[in-house]
Design a protein around this ligand. Structure first.
Ligand SMILES: [Zn+2]
Length: 421
């Protein structure tokens, strides 16, 4: 057993504690307390807050090679069109950018990742790095007649990736624990047919896993579902993916999903920039998780995410960085700083919960990660605080965690491997 004795302990499961002690044994939290028992070796962190490792609930690791190559835009369809052409002309076989991205995530305090994959090349990289993750094999295709084929592809890719994870575990000598779980995602309502959306939701239910969907990201998606035209339709037509048999639903995105019968607690809806108050209430009632990616929305031209409204609606809200094609970094501390700037009225502890416990809940990892609590993995990070935070008497230290904590201030005091036991 070891005792992590820190200036502040932010367990997220309860209020922050000055001079907190976390007892850790065999990679698990035993207790959060105020004193370290005699005879137990102490790791002293007199200038640090300890908190659960952060959860990046939405990224695309396989786009890491695009860092800085898809410039900012004011129109999301235009931005996406450029991403699609870059993807077609350049190869992405090199695993090095992905590995570097995972290492940078860990260095900046991330200990669980929700990753969207089209090639599923990230699976090995995550397994090798022993980074806990849910990798979503993303199916895409607007033509209804192709839904069965696309779904079959997704199932095959998912199962093959799960087998590769098992094999990587044997090679790395990890003991019987699947840290990388593989699930399915559909891309978005404007790029996945109704049959495909329903099929992916069904698969998620059958396999007791979450499924992910980009939802209500751009204003053009609202137009597309309401009128059946606009830039997304033009892009589908240019890619020969438009389906003339599709019935325009003439409604908002959440109503569309409700009609398809796919709203439920396994859904991880990503972005939601265009959601109305009524739609947020509906997502909350259905137990859907929402993931906000503020920096990406600004970058792609999707707009300003209404984070304050998300919080006020009490929908389960996680945070994600999205990919390096639409963010400067995969640091969740950078994302938190951006969230803070967008919604300064939100209590800091609430944003910290979005980036820890609620992300773990969205990804189905909450029994293992997301808080510092007895029985959970000791995936604990230390953050070096400024002097003012050490002298704080009234509030917790959370506000200081939202000021753009850099990787040089982050450590993994419990476990050198950052969560391995
Ligand atoms: Zn995305």
């Amino acid at each position: 057993m070891i005792a992590l004795r820190a200036a502040w302990c932010v367990p997220v499961a309860g209020p922050p504690r000055r001079r907190g002690v976390v007892l850790v044994e065999r990679g698990r939290v035993v207790e959060v307390t105020g004193t370290s028992p005699a005879g137990v070796p102490v790791v002293d962190l007199p200038r640090h807050a300890v908190l659960p490792a952060l959860v990046n609930a939405h990224t695309h690791l396989e786009l890491s090679w695009m860092a800085g190559r898809v410039a900012r835009d004011t129109s999301m369809p235009a931005w996406a069109g450029r991403l699609v052409s870059l993807r077609r002309e350049a190869g992405a076989d090199d695993p090095a950018p992905m590995r570097a991205a995972i290492a940078a995530m860990r260095a900046s305090g991330t200990g669980l990742v929700g990753d969207i994959g089209n090639t599923l090349a990230s699976v090995e990289a995550l397994a090798e790095a022993r980074m806990p993750a849910v990798v979503f094999a993303e199916v895409i295709g607007f033509r209804g007649d192709l839904a069965d084929e696309r779904l079959a592809w997704g199932r095959t890719e998912r199962d093959a990736a799960a087998a590769r994870v098992a094999a990587a575990r044997v090679v790395s000598g990890a003991r019987g624990r699947a840290d990388v779980r593989v699930a399915l995602a559909a891309h978005a309502p404007y790029s996945s047919s109704p049959a495909l959306l329903a099929g992916v939701a069904r698969e998620a239910e059958a396999s007791a896993m979450p499924w992910s969907l980009h939802l209500a990201e751009s204003v053009e998606e609202i137009t597309f579902l309401r009128d059946g035209n606009g830039p997304w339709r033009a892009l589908l037509e240019s890619l020969e993916s438009w389906d003339p048999a599709w019935t325009v639903p003439r409604c908002a995105p959440v109503e569309y999903l409700a009609r398809l019968g796919v709203l439920g607690p396994r859904l991880v809806a990503v972005h939601g920039v265009q959601l109305t108050g009524g739609e947020l209430a509906r997502l909350r009632e259905a137990g859907v998780s929402l993931v906000a990616c503020p920096r990406s929305n600004e970058w792609t031209g999707a707009g300003r995410v209404p984070l304050g409204r998300f919080i006020a609606s009490d929908v389960r809200l996680a945070l994600g960085t999205d990919s390096l094609a639409s963010a400067d970094s995969l640091s969740m501390f950078d994302e938190l700083a951006s969230a803070r700037a967008l919604a300064p009225e939100v209590p800091p502890a609430r944003l910290v919960r979005c980036a820890t416990l609620d992300g773990a809940r969205a990804l189905g990892w909450e029994t293992e990660l997301g808080t510092i609590e007895p029985g959970k993995r000791a995936a604990i990070i230390g953050v070096e605080l400024p002097a003012a935070a050490l002298e704080e008497r009234v509030h917790g230290p959370e506000a200081w965690l939202l000021e753009g904590v850099t990787a040089d201030r982050v450590s993994w005091p419990g476990l050198p491997g950052g969560g391995d036991d």
